[in-house]
Design a protein. Structure first.
Length: 332
């Protein structure tokens, strides 16, 4: 299981109430390094705070023993380094998925600090901020000493803004990674049963809960990138057999993992993302690895992003798989 380090927010800035800065209000407003966090509380930071930085600082400033505050929703999923993101217009029709209920609000939600409370209801005059009630699942230490919501709770909160394939990619990541939100404390391993048990704490009729459960049913472990998820979903949507994900092989004594593998027919799909062509060492290592796989009998087809969205190029690798694996059992 891959260990994913904590998200780096940079050096934590100084946060103090107005009276402790020893300056008048107008002086603080004129200073470009000073930023108002909440009523009467100022942050010294040379650059404008990002939504994630603001969410982390607000959680620290506003939390008490009574409200058990945490960063939640899209903010929490970003802090956990789960693969949220917008969905290109061609993806949902291709996969037969409905657009998310509040997909058009994705960017706004991502840019708005989102906190949840459990216990005592919180009231604040912190400006642009979303506050909702938590279901009380565990919270975890995060960057800058903040608390981050349980990832399943964050997924349920964010589900109306995320497409189905993004939800599946997030759960793939949860099943495949050992996430670290604090450098000293990794999160527990998230199995399908752990995620299912956490969902039992939410109303079963909730549309968001139903969507996350559907994503869990479609999720795989041993998946190390969201584009591996998307490639798998496209292949399955076209009626091809389920692949093995990051399948372990040892050609010439070297340990490699194949992104999508069908071992019975020695057929493989390798998805090469940006890192494979922007870094020379990755490019050279990947070419060597694929050559060894081919010499050991694997028929490897290498994909890049355009092979997913371009219909003609997509048909090329789907036809390759159909030739190798047999006729699809169903088509879109």
């Amino acid at each position: 299981m891959k260990r994913v380090p904590a998200l780096d927010l940079g050096e934590c800035p100084v946060v103090k109430p107005f009276a402790d800065w020893g300056r008048r209000n107008e002086q603080l407003f004129r200073d470009p390094t000073m930023q108002l966090l909440a009523r009467g509380v100022w942050v010294q930071h040379s650059e404008p705070l990002s939504p994630l930085q603001r969410a982390a600082l607000l959680q620290r400033h506003l939390r008490t023993g009574g409200n058990q505050l945490r960063v939640t929703g899209l903010n929490a999923l970003e802090l956990l380094d789960l693969p949220i993101g917008e969905t290109q217009s061609w993806v949902n029709p291709l996969l037969g998925h409905r657009a998310p209920e509040r997909g058009l609000e994705f960017e706004t939600a991502k840019l708005t600090p989102h906190l949840s409370w459990h216990g005592t209801r919180i009231r604040t005059f912190a400006g642009q901020l979303r506050i909702t009630k938590s279901r009380g699942l565990n919270r975890y230490y995060g960057p800058w000493g903040c608390f981050v919501a349980h990832p399943v709770e964050a997924l349920v909160v964010a589900a109306p803004c995320l497409s189905m394939w993004r939800l599946i990619a997030c759960i793939d990541a949860l099943l495949s990674r050992r996430i670290v939100v604090d450098e000293e404390v990794p999160l527990q391993e998230f199995t399908a049963d752990v995620i299912d048990d956490a969902l039992d704490l939410f109303p079963p009729s909730s549309p968001s809960v139903r969507r996350v459960r559907a994503a869990l049913r479609a999720a795989y472990d041993q998946v190390w990138s969201p584009n591996e998820t998307l490639t798998r979903l496209i292949a399955l949507r076209h009626g091809l057999p389920p692949p093995r994900t990051n399948y372990h092989v040892i050609p010439r004594g070297r340990h490699f993992y194949i992104d999508l593998a069908w071992p019975d027919s020695m057929t493989a799909i390798e998805y090469n993302g940006e890192v494979h062509y922007t870094k020379r060492s990755h490019y050279e290592d990947e070419n060597y690895r694929i050559q060894l796989l081919r010499e050991s009998g694997w028929d490897v087809h290498v994909l890049v992003w355009r092979d997913l969205w371009d219909p003609e190029r997509r048909r090329t690798w789907l036809d390759f798989l159909a030739r190798k694996l047999g006729p699809p059992t169903g088509t879109i």
